[in-house]
Design a protein around this ligand. Structure first.
Ligand code: ADP
Ligand code: MG
Length: 334
């Protein structure tokens, strides 16, 4: 595996604390934060003082948000979801991303389902007063979830009537990869791309060292349990501790089981994936969460160059083959 991994939670958490855009110059390192993609976006470039590169990167983010958002009127996904089963013409990027999402739906046996939108909307976990829906409501919404009802032909997508899409489990990873391409084209020698915890590292820091990216301790904000040192690699986490509500002592979070129409119930708190491409890490972190540790690790161990770390509810860590050797425990981080 690529031996250079990261820590960032220090970075990631600092980013979360800060809000609006605020450029900071630090030798040849530029960092900027922005609230986009329904999260906090932090972009850092190394080896350049050109602020215009960051301007362009945030514009690119906004362009992708405008086509991939589920809620922005006129976005590709909005138009698909309001098409009433009619074919919809979409951009190249949306078509590529839907194609990838369908591949992952198939690979995961439907654990990952880009047509999960009716269930996500029904639970509306992040609303002001979320509630546990009734069985009838869940069954009704579930009857509209089935990725096989999505037909993609070139740049045209058609949904079975009544269905709708949500690419929230994969879009940030896709956008991170496009930002990496942009930074590479712009001649930047290193960049740290952090889309709400989807971290992608490009190149190296000016001194040639890799990036250190931390893995957050579940339910303990600002605390990491360990880290990886990485370059040209993504570190992506799906966990239950960021978007959830509690009712009668139970936690209801935002990763849904397409079989039950309810938040996945298992002994996993979070899954972190290391992968060359962020889009794969994003899809696989969600998939591994839904599958649980046994099936998820079997899947990751069957894939070349991709690694996983499970944080379990009992506090233990479970690593895929090769992932423990590179792990830097918190006690070894200064
Ligand atoms: P985050 O967006 O917090 O980084 P994930 O990448 O795991 O976390 O994506 C979770 C989001 O994906 C949910 O908010 C929802 O929009 C969507 N989603 C939830 N469950 C599934 C699923 N089983 N398959 C596909 N998408 C899902
Ligand atoms: Mg994901």
């Amino acid at each position: 595996m690529r031996k250079k991994l990261i820590c960032a939670l220090a970075l990631i958490f600092a980013c979360t604390a800060l809000g609006a855009c605020s450029p900071q110059k630090n030798d040849s390192r530029l960092t900027r934060h922005g609230e986009m993609l329904n999260t906090v976006v932090t972009l850092t470039t190394y080896g350049t003082d050109d602020e215009a590169i960051l301007d362009g990167a945030f514009e690119l983010c906004a362009e992708y948000e405008a086509i991939l958002s589920r809620t922005a009127e006129g976005s590709d996904i909005y138009r698909i979801n309001h098409s009433g089963g009619e074919p919809v013409a979409i951009s190249d990027a949306t078509a590529e991303l839907i194609g990838l999402a369908l591949d992952y739906a198939e690979l995961s046996g439907g654990a990952f389902d880009p047509s999960i939108e009716p269930i996500v909307s029904l639970w509306d976990i992040t609303s002001e007063s979320p509630r546990v829906p009734g069985d009838d409501e869940i069954n009704q919404a579930l009857s509209r979830v089935d990725w096989r009802g999505i037909t993609l032909e070139g740049n045209t997508v058609t949904l079975r009537p009544g269905m709708s899409m949500d690419l929230g489990a994969i879009a940030k990873g896709y956008i991170a990869d496009r930002l990496r391409d942009y930074f590479s084209d712009a001649g930047v020698t290193g960049a740290l791309i952090n889309l709400g915890g989807n971290v992608l590292t490009y190149g190296k820091k000016p001194d040639g060292s890799p990036f250190t990216v931390g893995v957050q301790k579940p339910f303990a904000s600002n605390e990491v349990i360990g880290a990886y040192r990485i370059s040209d690699m993504a570190l992506t986490t799906s966990g239950i501790y960021e978007r959830y509500f509690e009712q009668d002592g139970a936690i209801y979070h935002h990763i849904m089981d397409p079989k039950t129409g309810r938040p996945v119930q298992n002994d996993v708190y979070s899954v972190t994936i290391l992968s060359p491409h962020s889009v794969d890490g994003d899809a696989l972190s969600t998939i591994c969460f839904v599958l649980g540790a046994d099936d998820g690790l079997a899947l990751i161990n069957s894939m070349d160059g991709i690694y996983a770390v499970y944080c379990m509810a009992d506090g233990s860590l479970i690593f895929s083959e090769g992932a423990e050797a590179e792990w830097i425990d918190k006690s070894r981080l200064q």
